[in-house]
Ligand binder design. Structure first.
Ligand SMILES: N[C@@H](CCC(=O)N[C@@H](CS)C(=O)NCC(=O)O)C(=O)O
Length: 204
């Protein structure tokens, strides 16, 4: 398998899942800052011009964080990345969808790159502030979902935790004050060999 990944991007979460599973894989680094995601070679892999994209051993490509994360969880059930019980699994998927669909796409995406959406400096500032509010409120919501538990996905970090890690990683870079439960989560994740390998192996 080959993961198309960009340093510090949401594909970091998929990289962590591949490391948690321990499956051999290659990583192709896409330089988003130079616009490599719009090069013909990458658009041939993912016409949407986004990471993560996962080239599987049968030659097919899977895109979208949640689809890739769940495919990995189901393809490698021994890794325990999603609960077997349908009710517990649905709750984990609900949390992952909220983190990716809302905290990332409607929060951090606007806070980090307002110029992609509006052109004037004042509109960009307004959008940045709005994105930060959505991201911060969303992180507080996820913190209540986590409560006293160490992980969102069950007895070990799984699909929702991989998503939570990359948004808390972004929160740290923006100096957002994390709720205590998320600070504890983040610090525990940083101790995991999978996370150390995924971060260290990412050129910055
Ligand atoms: N809905 C997609 C979003 C992926 C996404 O937004 N990826 C960003 C990096 S975090 C990207 O590739 N951005 C490049 C661009 O938009 O040009 C998913 O869940 O995988």
């Amino acid at each position: 398998m080959q993961l198309f990944h960009a340093p510090r991007a949401c594909s970091l979460g998929i990289r962590i899942l591949l490391e948690e599973i321990g499956v051999p894989h290659q990583v192709a680094t896409i330089d988003l800052s130079s616009g490599q995601q719009r090069d013909a070679a990458f658009l041939a892999v993912n016409p949407k011009g986004k990471v993560p994209a996962l080239l599987r051993d049968d030659g097919t490509v899977l895109t979208e964080f949640q689809a890739i994360a769940l495919w990995l969880a189901w393809r490698f059930p021994e890794a325990g990345l999603v609960p077997n019980d349908p009710d517990a699994a649905a709750q984990v998927i609900e949390a992952m969808e909220f983190i990716v669909g809302t905290v990332h796409m409607r929060g951090f995406a606007l806070a980090l790159m307002p110029r992609k959406f509006v052109s004037t400096p004042s509109a960009q500032e307004e959008l940045r502030a709005h994105g930060l509010r959505v991201a911060t409120d969303g992180l507080h919501h996820v913190s209540t979902l986590l409560g006293e538990a160490p992980w969102l996905s069950g007895s070990r970090p799984g699909v929702a935790d991989a998503a939570l890690f990359y948004v808390t990683y972004w929160a740290k870079t923006l100096n957002i004050d994390l709720p205590a439960a998320l600070r504890a989560f983040y610090n525990q994740m940083l101790k995991r060999p999978s996370v150390v390998r995924a971060i260290d192996a990412s050129p910055s």
